[in-house]
Design a protein around this ligand. Structure first.
Ligand code: B12
Ligand code: SF4
Length: 535
């Protein structure tokens, strides 16, 4: 789609760190190509089973050689798409300079947006927001040899060391005008396990893909980076609309482009579309049109995020039966006290119970995100969490994410003020994501009591687990110190649910004569690469 020959001289190398998705960086690659620049995209760092790890030293050495020795771009763009990669970005920047690379080194992504002051100790330019508009402006100036020091939307360091903290730039108001994220197998590199492959990483393995039908979120969860950006809009520091929706046509066209780019994915029934929008669905009319069009064009399953407050009968009724496999709903804590007082969420127990009921009635699968390892949790919170999950209609699945102290967000400030953490725990210093982001049972730094409650909660959504039995376990102090048996049970319960769901699909397809060897191979590879779901 974007494979035409460059018409301009400026060459760009965009680096994505352990993130083959990186929709934001892929947009910048397609934009550069559409404007005639010679854009290369390098994905450095392996995408592993349930793990996020930074690129290894060996991977970085290959990356530096590739950029400084082979591509020799005028501009390097490093996407710090998560604060955990701050130190990796520093290392790459320093090593590029040590290798004699003399072009611009620019940084962007969420960490650059939140902490430009730190990034400017290393980068020549730091993009401080969505960069579609300012990126194109910057490339035009590089191409024409004009100064870049006053680019809106970026902080810029002059050769004499002076830093220009330019105001925020414009964002793409009409998202339909932004070219799709670049999935072409053209000028793509994948560096992992000490090996360079000249290939779009998803060509090798792609089992599901993220599509964003909108940008922005109206909520203000204290642990999340998004509300900090929204605050800037409210204060008038950022211009335009924070919340924007793409047209249905544009979203459908992007999914078609993705399918055409990845024939294996297109041929498979199991590859899902993940709508990664912070909160999917903002308007009823949009949903109506979307479901009609989606069913006309695709049969593959999809899932999306919902906030409990946005689940309503009408919208779920429209979505149900159109391929919606499940809804992933942020609940974040079973304790209403934690949710409202520490997470700044407005979803009461009652609202969540209602949302779960609506999803059940519509026969839509339910996954609820829950944050573990929260230092504000008390024993009372854990117990009330158990009672809350036990009060919900079953079945449902809990998806755990370990609490990470991201910079500047309100929750981190609160934990700092309460003396529960220090600066060393903030993610760009701590890099906890590399140890624990999806909650895993075997993380050695988690105490037995936390592990006990996690395992117990896991079983609350399983229909075959008697509620009285879970309450009984909760009242046995021995298990809090030695949760091995409860963890063992939770794992078996999850495996049983997973296995029976797969079997149901298998028999249904066999009955309909829809079993193909290619589907079995695809599923096998998927679980070999990504691992069985924990839940
Ligand atoms: C979809 C998504 C994912 C997907 C896809 C990842 C991706 N980044 O595409 C998956 C599931 C893989 C994922 C994984 C993770 N994610 Co995530 N994810 C998101 C989400 C919801 C949308 C990202 C997105 O595509 N936004 C839209 C695009 C257009 O915006 P953008 O990425 O910011 O890119 C723009 C600018 O930043 C800039 N830009 C970006 N890169 C570059 C590079 C250069 C050179 C330049 C000039 C500009 C530039 O221009 C882009 C275009 O406008 C965001 C929340 C959000 N609303 O942003 C969280 C978010 C980015 N994720 C987050 C986290 C923590 C993670 C994980 C650690 C898992 C977890 N614990 O949740 C991993 C880390 C993966 C990694 N290696 O980075 C946090 C990061 C917080 C922080 N301070 O670091 C966020 C902000 C959510 C939150 N809780 O606050 N994520
Ligand atoms: S609903 Fe999601 S994206 Fe919105 S503020 Fe809360 S956590 Fe962030």
């Amino acid at each position: 789609m974007f494979e035409s020959e460059p018409t301009k001289n400026t060459r760009v190398a965009i680096v994505s760190l352990s993130n083959p998705f990186n929709i934001g960086a892929r947009h910048l690659s397609s934009l550069a190509k559409v404007h005639g620049y010679d854009a290369h995209m390098i994905f450095a760092g392996a995408f592993l089973k349930n793990d996020i790890l930074p690129p290894t030293d060996e991977d970085i050495a290959i990356l530096i050689d590739l950029i400084a020795g082979e591509i020799k771009p005028n501009v390097v763009g490093i996407s710090v798409s998560c604060s955990s990669f701050f130190k990796t970005a520093v290392k790459i920047t320093q090593e590029l300079r040590a290798k004699g690379y003399g072009g611009y080194i620019t940084w962007g992504g969420i960490h650059a947006i939140l902490c430009p002051e730190d990034c400017m100790n290393h980068a020549d330019l730091t993009f401080t927001g969505e960069a579609e508009v300012s990126w194109v402006e910057f490339l035009e100036r590089v191409e024409s040899g004009r100064p870049v020091s006053d680019i809106a939307g970026a902080w810029v360091r002059d050769p004499d060391g002076r830093v220009h903290e330019n105001p925020h730039g414009l964002v793409a108001e009409n998202l339909d005008e932004v070219p799709f994220p670049d999935y072409d197998n053209d000028r793509k590199y994948y560096i992992a396990h000490g090996k360079l492959q000249r290939i779009e990483p998803f060509r090798k393995e792609m089992y599901s893909i993220f599509v964003l039908s909108s940008r922005g979120c109206p909520f203000k969860c204290a642990f999340c980076a998004t509300p900090l950006i929204f605050e800037d809009y409210k204060k008038g520091l950022r211009k335009g609309n924070f919340i924007r929706q793409r047209s249905v046509r544009n979203v459908i066209d992007e999914i078609s482009y993705i399918e055409d780019s990845f024939p294996d994915f297109k041929a498979s029934k199991d590859g899902t579309i993940n709508f990664g929008d912070d909160v999917f669905v903002l308007h009823k009319e949009w949903v109506k049109e979307f479901t009609e069009e989606y069913q006309k064009h695709f049969t593959r399953p999809y899932w999306c995020y919902f906030h409990p407050n946005t689940v309503n009968k009408e919208i779920i009724g429209i979505l149900a039966g159109t391929g919606l496999k499940y809804v992933d709903m942020g609940v974040q804590s079973g304790s209403e006290r934690i949710r409202t007082q520490f997470f700044d969420r407005t979803d009461t127990n009652e609202k969540i119970r209602r949302a779960v009921g609506i999803l059940h009635e519509a026969k839509v699968g339910i996954v609820m995100d829950v944050i573990t390892d929260n230092p504000f949790d008390t024993e009372e919170d854990k117990r009330s969490g158990l009672e809350f999950f036990l009060s919900l209609r079953r079945p449902f699945t809990l998806n755990y994410l370990s609490m990470i102290m991201f910079p500047k967000v309100r929750f981190t400030q609160r934990a700092l003020e309460a003396g529960l953490i220090t600066d060393a725990d903030i993610e760009q210093n701590r890099m906890k994501v590399f140890e624990q982001w999806e909650t895993k049972y075997d993380w050695p730094k988690r105490g037995p009591n936390e592990l006990f409650w996690i395992a117990l909660y896991t079983m609350t959504g399983k229909t075959f687990m008697p509620r009285w039995y879970l309450r009984l376990l909760a009242n046995m102090p021995r298990f809090r110190k030695h949760p091995g048996f409860v963890v063992w049970m939770a794992k078996r319960a999850s495996n049983a649910v997973w296995f029976s769901a797969r079997m149901r699909i298998f028999w249904r397809r066999l009955f309909k004569g829809q079993i193909r060897l290619s589907d079995i191979a695809y599923s096998f590879n998927k679980y070999r690469r990504l691992g069985l779901p924990q839940e």
